[in-house]
Design a protein around this ligand. Sequence first.
Ligand code: ISE
Length: 345
Amino acid sequence: MPDDLRVGVIGVGMMGADHAERLVTRIAGARLVAVSDPDTGRAAELAVRFDGVRSIGNPLDLVGDDEVDAVLIASPGFVHEQQVLACIDHGKYALCEKPLTMDAASSLRVVEAEEAAGRPFIQVGFMRRFDPEYAQMKSILDGGSLGRTLVVHNIHRNKTVPDTFTSEMIVRDSLVHEVDVCRWLFGEEIVEITVLAPTPSALATEGVLDPQIAVFRMAGGGIATTEVFVTNQVGYEVRCEAVAEKGNATIGLGQSVFVRTDGHYGGEIPDDFRFRFGRAYDLEVQSWVDASRRSEVVGPTTWDGYAASAVCEAGLESLASGTPVKVTLADRAAARPVHSSPAVN
Ligand code: ISE
């Protein structure tokens, strides 16, 4: 293995700051060397907390910096395309938070840029694949003892989201996780999506369709349902049940320590994804660092990011029309196995 991977983080809001801290405190073989954020005060504040970390104003300068070997992109989705393309241009490995980009056409440009470069550089941050519970479920389903998977039911609830979170973001930023989970669990593409919205919660921001219910039809005939409810008030709840011919598997029941006290019994519900998926993020980033040091890319690919963007784009069309919308992928689909990335236990 070469020396430590020198990592720059672009975007140090909630998720980027969490990743920066993770790189410094929990990841082996990596060194955080630079951060960049449009809020330069926020970047500078984070940089001074750790030794040897520079704050670089322009994210593209961070990508091109000679002392940065690899880039973790945790900026908002609408700037991903430019930043990811810059990484490919400079031949630098990147872990890009979901969504890969904002629509299918721009995600396909990223796939094509990697193809033109002759090898992959980008891992997409679909971290549920690294969550030990999801990974175990995947290996049980792939093991075949339950027979063929017929149906998957997902629940994805956030306690609250910022007032700026729109109906479209519920599809592109939240539902996109289940889009990837279902492609990965079934090992097939999604060929049709319907997104329906019941009467919104009175606690949702005015005009925002929350909750939403999505139905995916899989290429092999399976069906998946997902409830996304981003202002559910209770806490962060992500569950998944796969129903197969001879049994079913459920994850996300949150059955950790069960306490009885003061007339109540039960466990804790985490407030947000940083806690529920903390271990998954650690495993994801460690796996990215290890692979980058070996000059490899593992985990979700740009094709996975592209397919998810295409499904979400069709999902937005369905949300507007209330009718099912077919998903059409570029011709390369045949050449790409859906679960090209290994399950990580
Ligand atoms: C956020 O961006 C995430 O990725 C979380 O996992 C998801 O639960 C949340 O709804 C998104 O806003």
